[in-house]
Design a protein. Structure first.
Ligand code: SF4
Length: 512
């Protein structure tokens, strides 16, 4: 096989930045699959250049070096950046391939700008492509493996790419690891809800952890499992076999139903320092919160007790919520969240706005059928900058009033102070302060407040939100242009707009 120059780009962000929080954290958002693809390409005998773009690199120097084949991994919010990079590489003769969440959510759109768009990806697909990387234009080819791979290169094989990425993180250096794919729960808004749960090899976990101990003085591992600990005893057994207590710190996302007190005792003993449980809603999803049929104030009380118990064992807890779900109505969900923040003051709350990412989740088909999906450009689809689903039980102004009021409450100085006091150890105390005042949080609050004002003062914003016009308001168009910077001119014609009902259309006509 001919030896090819392969570039693998992992976009952890969509734009250049100088923000402190991005400096601290973006390199820790690196995905595993781009590193896996880089390993597979090297093992097939190709020259590989891997770049994790964190917003601080010089794009022209790093990402646009000559290549025969370019793989880009991107979340939807980085789609325009990915399209622009792909366009520049194609002009120079490269074949481009898109993978990652955007490729799975919006494959039809991505085929307009990439030669290949990968869904589930395995080694055979990558090797076949590199054997004969024929251009596919004007419309790219969608390829997907029948299922997720049964195994992936571990940390040891990915090490040189891991090392290059964590070198960009000045303080906290998280090594990404994966113990399982998919999730046994079926939260209708989640991309993992339709991927069958599948553990990866426990022997590989053991050998990767031992390898890490030989490479770093005190490693920190971020588990990328959608829901860590479904086979709790197997995972903790593997960790206990390989890691003396306290030698590695672990970060994981896990549902409350898996975080019983005996489990927490074992997690604490084995160095788990950060847990991110999803609470999502006070009126739905009681199974994953282990609150059964309790809703409203009773669920708040039970979950707050549970979170306070977790904080006795795990130093840092982030609680995740989804706002605007169809089960929510009136002021109560927002007021209950404030009450929860008062009852569990040590946890750091993060809010996602209900969003429909293309064909990511089954719920999206219903939302598109009901005409409730708005054509916001991809750039704003990060579950925070824009809510692209018309809420069922709220008028827009009322929704944004409640959202801004909640965020101002939660990220206010008194609440930041209470969080500081309620946490026991130094790093979580200051981490919460930095996050509370960072552009990540306060920037979002002021953005939401601005949108609220525009809903009143800017007719084009009002019409767009109320589905009276699909013309993108100048406020949003200017922001994309500003954020893309030098890449704006490379964004292909038509790249700003997409068919927001493509999922529905493809179901009606499967060849679409
Ligand atoms: S529990 Fe978490 S990962 Fe699993 S389907 Fe629900 S939201 Fe997704």
């Amino acid at each position: 096989m001919r030896r090819r120059r392969v570039m693998v780009v992992d976009l952890t962000t969509e734009r250049p930045t100088r923000a402190l929080y991005a400096r601290l954290m973006n390199a820790n958002l690196a995905s595993i699959m781009p590193q896996v693809i880089a390993v597979w390409c090297e093992q097939a005998g190709h020259d590989v250049r891997y770049v994790c773009y964190t917003g601080f690199e010089d794009l022209a120097n790093e990402v646009l070096e000559p290549a025969d084949v370019v793989f880009i991994g991107a979340f939807t919010q980085a789609a325009h950046t990915a399209y622009a990079i792909s366009s520049l590489h194609r002009q120079r003769g490269a074949i481009t391939v898109l993978g990652g969440p955007h490729a799975r959510c919006y494959p039809q759109d991505a085929t307009r700008y990439f030669d290949y768009v990968f869904g589930f990806t395995d080694r055979t697909m990558v090797e076949d492509l590199l054997r004969d990387p024929a251009p596919q234009r004007p419309v790219g080819l969608r390829l997907t493996a029948p299922r997720q791979p049964e195994s992936l290169p571990g940390v040891q094989e990915r090490w040189k790419f891991v090392e290059a990425t964590i070198a960009k993180a000045p303080v906290l250096k998280l090594v990404p690891m994966l113990g399982s794919m998919g999730c046994p729960y079926t939260c209708s808004f989640c991309i993992d809800s339709t991927v069958p749960y599948q553990p990866l090899g426990f022997d590989q976990i053991r050998s990767d952890l031992r390898f890490l101990l030989s490479k770093m003085r005190h490693p920190r591992v971020g588990w990328h499992d959608p829901n860590f600990g479904v086979r709790f005893d197997d995972y903790l057994g593997a960790i206990e076999d390989a890691v003396p207590p306290g030698r590695i710190d672990f970060f994981a996302e896990s549902s409350l139903s898996l975080l019983s007190e005996p489990h927490l005792q074992r997690l604490a003993k084995n160095g788990f320092k950060v847990i991110l449980p999803g609470i999502e809603s006070w009126f739905a999803l009681g199974n994953k919160a282990k609150t059964g049929r309790d809703v409203g104030a009773e669920k708040v009380r039970r979950v707050a007790d549970h979170i306070n118990m977790i904080l006795r064992y795990i130093p840092y807890v982030q609680t995740n919520f989804v706002l605007g779900l169809d089960t929510d109505e009136g002021a109560e969900p927002f007021e209950l969240t404030k009450r929860f923040v008062d009852m569990a003051p040590g946890a750091f709350p993060v809010f996602s706005l209900l969003s429909a990412f293309g064909r990511a989740a089954p719920l999206n088909l219903d939302l598109q059928r009901d005409g409730r999906v708005l054509p916001f450009p991809f750039h704003f689809l990060d579950a925070s900058q824009a809510m692209n689903v018309v809420p069922k039980n709220y008028a827009w102004r009322g929704f944004y009033d409640k959202l801004v009021d909640l965020e101002r409450y939660v990220y206010s100085v008194p609440r930041i102070a209470r969080r500081f006091i309620a946490n026991r150890t130094t790093i979580p105390k200051w981490m919460n302060v930095v996050r509370g005042i960072s552009s990540e949080r306060l920037g979002r609050v002021s953005h939401h407040a601005r949108v609220r004002r525009l809903l009143e003062s800017d007719r084009s914003v009002h019409r767009f939100f109320h589905r009276e016009s699909s013309v993108l308001p100048g406020f949003y168009a200017n922001r994309v242009k500003r954020d893309l910077g030098t890449l704006w001119d490379a964004l292909p014609v038509g790249g700003m707009v997409h068919d927001h009902n493509a999922y529905l259309r493809s179901e009606a006509s499967p060849v679409a």
